[in-house]
Design a protein around this ligand. Sequence first.
Ligand SMILES: [Zn+2]
Length: 166
Amino acid sequence: MIDRRLLLTSVTGLFGLAAFRMLKPSPAHSAEKFEIEKSDAEWRAQLTPQQYEILRNQGTERPWSSALLKEHRKGIFACAACDLPLFSSETKFDSGTGWPSFYRPLENAVGITEDRSYGVVRSEVHCRRCGGHLGHVFDDGPKPTGLRYCMDGLALVFHPGAPTPS
Ligand SMILES: [Zn+2]
């Protein structure tokens, strides 16, 4: 005879686990295919733990923690995971938010997906080539686009002096 209490407990346990999984923010673009795809272990080996948390796990760095906030030289900001050029210094601006901000990405550099984690709808920005999570884009930016690409500095690497396409 099946122990009814035991059965109920395991059903509740399974349901609880499913509910927990649903609450966890999952990358909206997980089904998307990217030019550069690596296993989880490969990304962990290549990136620092902080970079992994942002780029592969949709994390966010502490505001005002990025050295790139004070980066005012001319150059290119590239993906920290695959080095694809993403933003030109020409489009960087001081948003006062504590994260490096740009009003426009380079052409064919980023992809955008709707992010519904934490019960709010935001536009998630990721690298077009490797799918690495970079930050979010908001519509309260400066002219000429009115957009604010709010980026995690740890998801970017700066190449000073690199040619900046206008
Ligand atoms: Zn990338």
